[in-house]
Design a protein around this ligand. Structure first.
Ligand code: HSE
Length: 384
């Protein structure tokens, strides 16, 4: 199988390097920006890839929506398999690309877009063919896990932890997508589509780690808790829930032992029960290895990850109910339905009554809009 690669950044260069040694694969041309074709295997004219009948598969690692999407259309139109690591593009245009791939009989696979090196979507897609998947969730962003771990185990500041994650190549070009939870949200969108045949759009909830501080670290540690950023999706009556938020786990929970850039992905099937997969969720070779697995799967006949008739629908988060740990100022705390106050002074730390994720996220938005700082995290287990 001759494979062309679009882009030569962290992931693209990793894919090219792995193709050189992969049995049954041949490294084809690599598309780079005009003026950047400094090696003999690099080209800047996309027609040399899409118009080359010897190229069997195109791997897209450009990032962003366009030209990644138009390249996907061109590759599939030309009868080539299209493999991508681009979650934003698949979340935005995946249904159209899947339909075109079905029409052309070629593969459209995107394991590397969710979970880095963890074979999450690959196994989820296989399980969803024969079982009814009820829920998907996990630690799906390597950058924020690396940061939370560095802050909680090594007492690094937020800024230093982010700098380290960036220097190790885990963060997106603009790390806002990582720390805001948006990157994890896109991944759970894809997991929902693969698992349930419903790609959630609108109505999703997203809270990242930007409000987590060293003082929060100290307080939750004193209570035997560990903070992780969790993305969740579940079947609901008419659609799916889909949201991202920090969650506090007891120290003995499996999530508390997911360190550095690792991801932990779970799915729950009616027959297979709870399946947990763990491994490196970001970085050059973990992500490139997921691309190579997709290429191998395409060579063996795999064609799709979204089930046939996959559709998009608005997310419905009313059934996702938790108690929340909150830290905010005294006047803002009065605006929350508190069940118990843990610490009181200029800063209040408290536990809320159980409420839907939708209500908590909306209250947080209003409280912050009025100029107050607020950190909140769902409680996996009651702490008082
Ligand atoms: N920025 C992403 C992460 C890369 O940190 O998980 C892998 O998708």
């Amino acid at each position: 199988m001759k494979v062309a690669v679009l882009g030569y950044g962290t992931v693209g260069a990793g894919v090219y390097r792995m193709l050189l040694d992969a049995p049954g694969m041949e490294a084809g041309p690599v598309l780079v920006r005009p003026g950047k074709a400094v090696e003999s295997f690099m080209v800047s004219d996309a027609a040399l890839i899409f118009g080359d009948p010897t190229v069997d598969a195109v791997v897209e690692t450009l990032g962003g929506l366009d030209p990644a999407y138009s390249c996907g259309l061109r590759a599939l139109e030309a009868g080539k398999h299209f493999i991508t690591a681009n979650k934003a593009m698949v979340a935005a245009h995946g249904l159209e690309l899947a339909a075109l791939a079905r029409e052309k009989g070629t593969a459209f696979l995107f394991s590397a877009a969710c979970g880095g090196g963890v074979p999450f979507l690959h196994n989820l897609a296989l399980s969803a063919e024969t079982d009814r998947i009820e829920a998907v969730s996990g630690i799906l962003n390597g950058t924020t896990n690396y940061m939370l771990d560095a802050m909680q185990r090594r007492a690094l500041s937020y800024a230093d932890a982010l700098r380290e994650a960036q220097s190790l190549g885990y963060a997106e070009a603009d790390p806002t997508a990582d720390v805001s939870g948006l990157d994890a949200l896109r991944k759970i969108q894809l997991a929902c589509a693969v698992a349930f045949g419903i790609l959630p759009h609108d109505g999703m909830l997203c809270e990242g780690i930007e409000h987590f501080t060293a003082a929060d670290t100290a307080d939750i540690r004193s209570r035997g808790l560990v903070c992780r950023l969790i993305a969740s999706g579940r079947r609901t009556e008419n659609a799916v829930s889909a949201y991202v938020e920090p969650v506090l786990f007891p120290r003995a929970a499996a999530e508390s032992s997911v360190f550095v850039n690792n991801n932990m992905a779970r799915y729950m099937g009616r027959r297979c029960g709870s399946i947990v997969l763990m491994g490196q969720g970001a970085g050059r070779f973990p992500t490139a290895s997921a691309v190579l697995r997709d290429l191998a799967a395409a060579r063996q006949g795999a064609r799709a990850m979204f089930p046939e008739n996959c559709r998009s629908a608005e997310a419905d988060n009313r059934e996702a109910v938790h108690s929340y740990y909150i830290r905010t100022g005294g006047s803002a705390a009065c605006r929350l339905p508190l069940r118990s106050v843990l610490a009181q002074g200029d800063v209040v730390r408290a536990v809320t009554e159980p409420m839907s994720a939708g209500k908590m996220h909306a209250l947080a938005q209003n409280i912050r809009r009025d100029g107050n700082d607020l950190f909140f995290a769902a409680l996996e287990e009651e702490i008082c």
